[in-house]
Design a protein around this ligand. Structure first.
Ligand code: OGA
Ligand code: MN
Length: 217
């Protein structure tokens, strides 16, 4: 197989109607859940890469905030992250291609100006959580949409560790099952990661309306 056909078969392609139906749900409910967003092959590629980063101890304790307010607090979040860089993490190119395609459709159908993506692998050890929060920083409000791609092949209800989304008087529980993508509005939507009774893997990111670097000027 040449690398072109390899990349081609790794990516799931969706019709504009499909994108529009997802984006309608996002507009109406502030979030949308897309099951089987990625192909089996892409799931395998991301999982292999994730395992390598874990084995090489490349993940770091996640912090809270941006700019001078950045702190690490285990009482708030207990995950470990590895920030991805499209120009360096080449093994994940098919993933970036698929997200970039989603961004193109969001710009076209939602008239949002998204100019950049930032994303990381996230590893929650057993017994960790992320307390209720919103994804926009006080110091930097350029996160427009958040996404989480879950990478847990054998998730069971007793593992808990759900994403809980708070909407008005509702709490919606989303299980972190393999290849499920959730996309939600970064501003205003409170959410948390419930205490997890199993290791919990995800690829989490944000669509930004300013280049990443500007937040740090
Ligand atoms: C985050 C977050 C949710 C999840 O990293 O900001 O809220 O389900 N993650 O992993
Ligand atoms: Mn969050």
């Amino acid at each position: 197989m040449t690398s072109f056909t390899h990349l081609f078969y790794t990516m799931n392609f969706y019709s504009d109607e499909t994108y529009i139906s997802w984006l309608d749900q996002l507009a109406e409910n502030d979030y949308v859940i897309i099951d089987d967003f990625i192909s089996e092959e892409l799931f395998g590629m991301i999982s292999t890469y994730f395992e390598k980063r874990l084995n090489e101890n490349d993940l770091a304790k996640a912090g809270i905030g941006a700019l001078g307010g950045y702190t690490v607090d285990k009482q708030i979040r207990g995950d470990y992250v590895y920030w991805l860089d499209e120009s360096k993490d080449n093994a994940l190119q098919p993933f970036f291609n698929q997200m970039n395609e989603l961004v193109v459709k969001i710009k076209r159908f939602c008239f949002l100006s998204i100019s950049d993506l930032e994303c990381h692998l996230a590893y929650y050890p057993k017994g960790s959580f992320y307390k209720k929060h919103i994804d926009q920083f006080k110091e930097r409000n350029n996160r427009i949409l958040s996404f989480v791609l879950y990478l847990n092949p054998d998730w069971k209800p007793e593992h808990e560790g759900e994403l809980i989304i708070y909407k008005e008087n509702d709490a919606v529980k989303v299980s972190p099952i393999k290849s499920r993508l959730i996309l939600f509005k970064s501003a205003g939507l409170e959410h948390e990661v419930a205490l997890t009774f199993n290791e919990r893997l995800s690829l989490t990111g944000w669509m930004l309306n300013n280049p990443v670097g500007l937040g740090f000027l």
